[in-house]
Design a protein around this ligand. Structure first.
Ligand code: GLA
Length: 723
């Protein structure tokens, strides 16, 4: 049993963690405790003394003020002046509902969330779910709060459903997925900030009084802020401290806030961004929030990351590719950009086959008259003039080289210079009568429209059935402006951002289940939509358009906080690097790119025999080790943001094998000697480290000595075998 109700307290627990909710005498749902395992009956309800100017929710108990108590799903406008978890306005303009406990249900397993991606269970005894129903009778609002607790992982999944049980319409102006209240204390948080080609950088801050946080208003989860936050005790590190990871399974506008109030308590919330959001609920209508996944670690960041990795790799990603090692690919984008012929592509494919690559990806530029990024999005028919053959014929020629064939699409987009736009200008997202704002010379299709969704599903179905296409790169290369849809009535325009994402999810569900054997990789100008929502449909994501090895150290380090290596698309590209102009050795480029779904993205047909031979060795090494990279426990050893080098490692679940990566970011003379202390090994097991036998405890406590001046290429990979 993972969920118990005793003395009006729900105790959600497993061996290592507890989450306690109290139903107060006044029927409020109080957020009592979240952290390492405790005995629920011994915990006192947090009750800071209300000061002057605190309103009281119980005339018989003047100390009972929600303004200083922890709450599960705080309402607005009653006694709590902190950020509410939801806001509604009824037909009369009233907006001060109060939720009171009504009933609850405990079920085994985890119910699906209709129309939204979510973590799942494969058997009913992996988890239990508590569903609490709370309501405001006067407003006719009913809220169901869902909590799923996993038995073997320190995971709690939360989301909420809001139902209009009254007769007249109400407007939902805010609906967060999670709200947590932490006791007074000193806290810090990390979020993954960035920009195009510089995604998922670590930003660490101290929590201070007032509201702080981050958000996306881009209509996508975005390059600038990943929908993820780590909230932790001040001073926590990889191995120490209470850490709470919050990850939102959503690909649209999100918001994460931390609010520290007068009583020093801290409220943390995550959910859909209330910016531009309102949802009309007519009688009987229900709104469902996306899912927030909470991971608790009692021993720092590494344990939190490993919990996310395992959960997302095995209980968020789906389909036949979930547990399969991923093919090594060659993508011609940085080799040719738009300027290619079928012969050129075949030359690249031939060289790729020679070094053992397994999949060829035809990127942008194969359709309509697209020879630059000014046209043709929406015209998904092959440019035979350019390719000299059909997609089916090209796929066959690639297959004859012994490679699988994959194809790039940007299905959500429309170029003003396209046949599709001539036929359906109204399908693009624009404000009628106003000049639309182009992004990369293109507009976005209105996915709130059923006819648009049908069109996208239709052309993808036709093309994927017409040739032996075994991989799809699903790109999305601009963010949303001019948000308006003629498909929605005026009072429903605030639903647009969310309905777009619901439309996208509907398309993805249909297409990925229609083509279950195709490997889908998500992309949005690199990592512009690198979020758990997309991973539910596509088990890998092109992490960044920046392929420079050093820049990737930061991107992959930040991303590793939450996303497993199996989901991270990473390629070796040409030097000087196209994004930053840096020249890194092939060894360094390979060492960094082999930490994910590995591939090459350069013109292999013009490389020297020597370079191809080195790549052949990389491919061989990756094939021998990719299972460990995909499924191993992951430990960050040296932080590239704070030191001149970076190191990390994978340990197999049985701790018999490990792979250690070490890369120098900035070479310099008169170096220190590095004691690279390993992690996660069996302390008493003996490991063979390049011929030397060492115990796990020596490797973890004393470490491996690395003298930078000795080695070549400024990086190394060390394989450890248990003997
Ligand atoms: C985006 C992707 C790239 C490439 C181009 C093609 O920028 O991130 O990998 O596919 O589009 O236009």
């Amino acid at each position: 049993m993972a969920i118990e109700l005793k003395d009006n307290r729900f105790h959600l627990y497993n061996d290592e963690m507890s989450y306690i909710i109290e139903i107060s005498r006044q029927k409020d749902l109080l957020n009592v405790y979240y952290g390492a395992r405790v005995d629920a009956e011994e915990i006192e309800t947090k009750r800071d003394r209300p000061g002057a100017f605190c309103s009281c929710a119980d005339d018989n108990d003047p100390d009972y003020s929600l303004s200083v108590m922890g709450q599960e799903y705080p309402s607005a406008g009653a006694c709590d002046f902190r950020s509410p978890a939801y806001e509604i306005t009824n037909a009369k303009g009233m907006h001060t509902p109060e939720l009171k406990y009504r009933s609850h249900e405990i079920i085994n397993g985890k119910p699906k969330i209709n129309g939204l991606p979510a973590v799942y269970t494969e058997s009913e005894n992996e988890a239990q779910t508590l569903i609490i129903t709370a309501a405001d009778e006067f407003y006719g609002l009913e809220v169901k709060l869902f909590y799923t607790v996993f038995e073997k992982l320190n995971v709690i999944c939360r989301h909420a459903e809001m139902r209009n049980c009254g007769k007249s319409d109400m407007m939902l102006n805010n609906a967060q997925s999670v709200s947590l209240d932490f006791p007074a204390g000193e806290y810090e948080y990390i979020h993954l900030e960035g920009a195009w080609a510089r995604e998922k950088h670590i930003d660490r801050n101290s929590v201070h009084k007032g509201i702080q946080g981050f958000e996306s208003r881009r209509g996508a989860s975005g390059h600038t802020e990943n929908p993820f936050m780590m909230f932790f005790d001040k001073g926590s590190n990889e191995d120490y401290g209470n850490v709470y990871g919050i990850s939102l399974v959503y690909s649209g506008n999100h918001r994460f806030i931390i609010e520290q109030e007068a009583a020093e308590t801290v409220r943390v919330q995550a959910g859909i961004n209330p910016f531009g959001f309102s949802f009309k609920l007519s009688e009987g209508e229900v709104f469902t929030t996306p899912e927030a996944v909470l991971v608790y670690s009692d021993t720092g960041f590494a344990k939190m990351s490993n919990t996310f990795h395992k959960l997302y790799r095995t209980r968020l990603c789906r389909g036949v590719w979930r547990d399969k090692t991923r093919p090594i690919l060659i993508n011609h984008w940085e080799a040719t950009y738009f300027d290619f012929t079928a012969d050129k592509l075949l030359d690249i494919a031939k060289s790729a086959a020679k070094i053992g690559v397994e999949l060829f990806v035809l990127d942008d530029g194969w359709f309509g008259h697209r020879n630059d990024d000014f046209s043709s999005l929406g015209d998904w028919y092959v440019n035979e003039e350019k390719l000299g053959c059909t997609i089916a014929e090209l796929a066959e020629k690639i297959n004859q080289q012994g490679l699988k064939f994959g194809l790039w699409f940007e299905p959500e987009m429309i170029s003003p210079d396209s046949d599709l736009y001539k036929k359906h200008p109204d399908w693009a997202i624009t404000v009628p009568g106003a000049k639309p704002h182009l992004g990369r010379h293109q507009l976005i299709l209105d996915l709130t429209r059923e006819d648009v969704r049908e069109y996208i599903i239709g052309f993808l179905t036709d093309i994927l059935s017409s040739a032996n296409i075994e991989y799809v790169k699903w790109d999305m290369n601009r963010n949303m402006t001019d948000v308006y849809s003629e498909n929605l009535s005026p009072e429903r325009q605030g639903e647009f951002y969310h309905r777009y994402i619901l439309g996208l999810y509907e398309i993805l569900e249909t297409v990925t289940s229609r083509f279950p054997n195709v490997l889908f990789e998500g992309c949005s100008g690199g990592g512009g939509r690198n979020d758990p929502g997309m991973l539910y449909y596509m088990p890998q994501n092109w992490a960044s358009d920046d392929t420079d090895a050093t820049e990737r150290l930061y991107i992959q380090y930040g991303g590793s906080m939450v996303y497993p290596a199996s989901t991270v698309g990473a390629h070796v590209s040409a030097v000087p690097n196209h994004q930053v102009g840096r020249i890194s050795s092939l060894k360094t480029r390979g060492t960094v790119a082999m930490n994910g779904a590995f591939g090459y993205e350069l013109d292999l047909s013009i490389l020297s025999e020597e370079e191809l031979n080195e790549m052949k060795e990389q491919v061989k090494f990756y094939k021998e080790n990719r299972e460990l990279v995909m499924t191993g426990e992951y430990y960050r050893l040296l932080n590239p943001f704070t030191s001149r080098h970076s190191a990390w490692m994978y340990v197999s679940e049985d701790k018999k094998e490990a792979l250690v990566y070490y890369v120098v970011k900035t070479a310099r003379p008169s170096n220190e000697v590095v004691h690279l202390k390993l992690k996660g090994l069996n302390p008493v097991a003996k490991y063979n480290v390049g011929g030397k036998i060492m115990s796990g405890r020596t490797l973890m406590n004393h470490g491996i000595i690395i003298d930078d001046t000795e080695h070549d290429g400024n990086c190394r990979i060390i394989k450890l075998y248990n003997i």
